[in-house]
Design a protein around this ligand. Structure first.
Ligand SMILES: [Zn+2]
Length: 117
């Protein structure tokens, strides 16, 4: 058995291989999810100014209020290549003005913006 992100190989008994592999695959899935979740959380920044927004989406994701207007979204995309990725269900209720145009926030909570590749 060789782990994709591990080192070397390990000999395992053929008769216990199915059970062992199931356990190993579950552990590997947990590891990948934890690693991705930590990366996401470490690279997501709550921002309230345009310069902070630009900096955040250059290296990860920005948590920001948005007016919901398509023209504003187009401007953001043209300048930063970032678009709204999701409106997190668990995000707390928040009001304020759009990160880009100062119109009122349309969603009652922050959106996650990021660049698409
Ligand atoms: Zn706006």
């Amino acid at each position: 058995m060789a782990k994709r992100l591990g080192e070397g190989k390990e000999a395992i008994a053929l008769d216990t291989a199915p059970q062992r592999l199931e356990t190993e695959l579950e552990a590997f899935q947990d590891f990948l999810l934890q690693r991705a979740t930590e990366f996401r959380d470490d690279h997501t920044v709550t921002v309230d100014t345009w310069p902070d927004f630009v900096a955040a989406v250059a290296t990860g994701w920005a948590r920001a209020l948005h007016c919901g207007a398509p023209d504003c979204e187009d401007e953001i995309k043209a300048e930063t290549a970032a678009t709204p990725r999701c409106i997190p269900l668990e995000a707390p209720a928040e009001s304020g003005t759009c990160i880009r145009c100062d119109r009122p926030s349309a969603y009652g909570k922050r959106l996650i913006f990021g660049r698409s590749y």
